[in-house]
Design a protein around this ligand. Structure first.
Ligand code: ATP
Ligand code: LTN
Length: 326
């Protein structure tokens, strides 16, 4: 029996190469070895205000991105979170065994609440519980995510163990999976913070939809470190980040990139890096443009049915254990 992986991305903002390298690329690499379920987490997206029409559009676009990135729906399941209501039902139940102090400790909540200034909403606070429900509903063994999500996966583990202890063996305790170099792609304009779709400036990230001209411009403007050498070192965070991007997109080791550019200038390296990204994204965008919306809707429908079957079975077990009338 193959082990199962589950992961998801929110259909909000513009997807960037950080999301791709930190998440989707690993999914594609793992999908042969694991039985895979990839979710478009629209319920998570509404923890910040969304325009309804735009949310619907982004949900479809994100599913297309999964496909263009190489998710193989012969083997893997893709579906939309809100179409399987068991996610919210389990989230409610898990809320009742989650401590407020556990949620107060979550870095992402603290950061996002700060951005929203006064009175952030309760959904943002409970966000990690819904994520735990996503994971636990499917007896997930492994959760491939970027480093920023490790704290949330840790909560899912805690809740699985706590529920099992209180109500008897029910949930698989999931393991997180992160790839070292991909785990944190940093902002091009500020290598001390992660590349982020909610960044103030578009020069922070390369969007998956950026044109070749835009990519070249953004890489040209990316900040570099003091010194002249292309060195892969912790005291050169800007260059290290650019080498990581090159290395992950071109499938060469960071040390090899360092070797190739020994004695060369930042501008030579940057010019080549821009072309590596352009090649990669041109190819990606061609695949994306060929995908028909109708086909995606069909695949999402099939995915929904598959996910529902698993989720309904697990929830029947949960309801029984918690003591609801059957
Ligand atoms: P925001 O940047 O607005 O906080 P986000 O880019 O983190 O949002 P999510 O939908 O929360 O978007 O994340 C999708 C996936 O991409 C997650 O697995 C996350 O860990 C990963 N990810 C996001 N940003 C990066 C990054 N800079 N480097 C590596 N992985 C990332
Ligand atoms: N919170 C995650 C998205 C997410 C997720 C999940 C990831 C929601 N549910 C379940 C893995 C497993 C994020 O990337 N921001």
């Amino acid at each position: 029996m193959k082990q199962r992986i589950f992961s998801g991305i929110q259909p909000s903002g513009t997807l960037h190469i950080g999301n791709f390298l930190g998440a989707v690329k690993n999914w594609v690499a793992l999908q042969e070895k694991y039985e895979s379920i990839f979710c478009v987490v629209d319920l998570h997206a509404i923890t910040v205000p969304q325009d309804p029409e735009e949310l619907r559009q982004k949900t479809l676009e994100l599913a297309k991105i999964y496909l263009a990135a190489g998710v193989n729906t012969q083997e893997s399941t893709i579906f939309v979170q809100s179409q399987v209501p068991e996610h919210t039902e389990l989230a409610w139940i898990l809320n009742t065994i989650t401590k407020i102090s556990e949620l107060e400790r979550m870095t992402q909540f603290k950061d996002k609440a700060k951005e929203q200034h006064q009175n952030s909403n309760a959904g943002l606070f409970n966000y990690p519980v819904l994520m735990a429900a996503d994971i636990l509903l499917y007896d997930t063994n492994v959760v491939p995510v970027g480093e920023d999500q490790l704290q949330h996966v840790e909560l899912a583990r805690t809740l699985a163990k706590r529920f099992n202890q209180q109500f008897g063996e029910t949930f698989v305790v999931p393991e997180p999976f992160v790839v070292k170099e991909g785990m944190r792609i940093m902002g091009l304009d500020d290598p001390s913070k992660k590349m982020s779709k909610s960044a103030a400036s578009e020069f922070n990230y390369i969007a998956l939809t950026d044109s070749p001209e835009k990519i070249r411009e953004k890489i040209k403007r990316a900040v570099t470190d003091s010194g002249k050498n292309i060195r892969y070192a912790d005291d050169k965070p800007a260059i290290k980040n650019l080498i990581n991007i090159y290395s992950l997109l071109d499938n060469v080791k960071p040390e090899e990139v360092e070797n190739i550019y020994k004695g060369k200038s930042y501008s030579e390296f940057k010019a080549d890096l821009a072309e590596v990204i352009v090649d990669f994204l041109t190819n990606f965008q061609e695949k994306y443009d060929k995908i028909d919306d109708k086909d995606v809707l069909n695949l999402l429908n099939e995915g929904k049915e598959k996910a529902k079957k698993l989720a309904e079975k697990k929830m029947a077990e949960v309801r029984e254990k918690v003591g609801f009338l059957m």
